[in-house]
Design a protein around this ligand. Sequence first.
Ligand code: NAD
Ligand code: TYD
Length: 366
Amino acid sequence: MRSLLVTGGAGFIGANFVIYWTRKYPDDRVVVIDALTYAGNRANLARVEDHPHFQFVQGDIGDKELVQSLLVDGKLDTIVHFAAESHVDRSIHEPDAFIQTNVNGTHNLLKVARETWLDSDDAPATHRFHHVSTDEVYGTLGPDDPAFTEETPYAPNSPYAASKAASDHLVRAYHHTFGLQVSTSNCSNNYGPYQFPEKLIPLMIVNALTGKPLPVYGDGSNIRDWLYVEDHCRGIDLVIDRGRVGETYNIGGNNECANIDIVKIVCAAIDECFATRPELCAVFPDAPAAGGRPTESLITFVKDRLGHDWRYAINATKSENELDYKPVENFDSGLQKTLGWMLDNESWWRAVLDGSYREWIAKNYT
Ligand code: NAD
Ligand code: TYD
């Protein structure tokens, strides 16, 4: 049995992980610490609020006393670290918060973990600090380059990627120097329920349903490797359960696709939904599909992102061989689940869009 501190558990992947973990390990204790930034949403955890071993604490991972009291008083033995500023476009406009949370915040967690788990007399017998990172630390690939392995040298290109790379190095150093029992996973682009609609797939779905342009950066040829969020959660579970201490593991979805193709697939899936469920026309009257027009008509090519990485691709052979990791969803099945969830949870994304996200967009994009 484990007692977990899940940082950033009210965000997209963190919330999916808490739902996954409490369902699979109902006797484990799960404490979430989340600052509830623009990306954090207590509603994401509604399904676990009544779980007997679940606790939510609003707070900053940079708050040493708070993190210490949670680890010590709760006798927690595992940290699963998701909390981060996570959006590349925001890191281009306002990088400071990325350094504060992703670098300094991670370092604060490592310091407290070290003090509590290594330097204290009543430390738990075993502990684990699992750090959730990204493939973006490896930089960008050309069309014929082999996919990223755990041995690929780091070459982060955006302030976001650089801040995650710095945090990965700190995690590694706390293992090498102090013996903290760490693991790190570097994953590709996630999609699924509860994803904040500033990221590509939920943004396209929301804009398509509300009749707004679908902004494709540059020529849309950039390639990402899409991973359904529950497959990612399963991968993290395997790393925590079977992964070797001090190691890093790549987690991918085996689904490389150009952005323009992803957007067209999303458009076709929406058209198909409206064709088979005509009642959607009354719910989303501004969607082109409600008027019998193709959703693709909303695609608009816009100015490219600064420093836009061209291609990411994950080689997950190490996770497959050592952990028996394999993604369950292909892109079609994952998209059907994601789109179905978005259609059934209009109130969730409407509330998100009515909040601070709109203010930020207004400030930075008008
Ligand atoms: P997200 O932006 O949806 O959620 C981040 C959460 O962290 C939010 O709930 C936010 O309130 C919280 N948070 C931010 N700063 C905090 C602070 N100082 N203290 C406490 N909580 C704070 O992000 P996500 O997409 O769920 O990503 C989770 C992790 O996975 C991140 O570390 C990210 O780098 C990594 N990752 C994400 C993807 C992806 O496709 N989304 C891909 C690879 C890696
Ligand atoms: P995003 O979801 O922001 O993830 P990341 O930058 O971490 O890969 O973007 C995925 C890809 O989609 C990326 O190449 C940028 C592109 N993109 C668009 O073309 N239009 C958009 O509106 C957004 C948000 C992203």
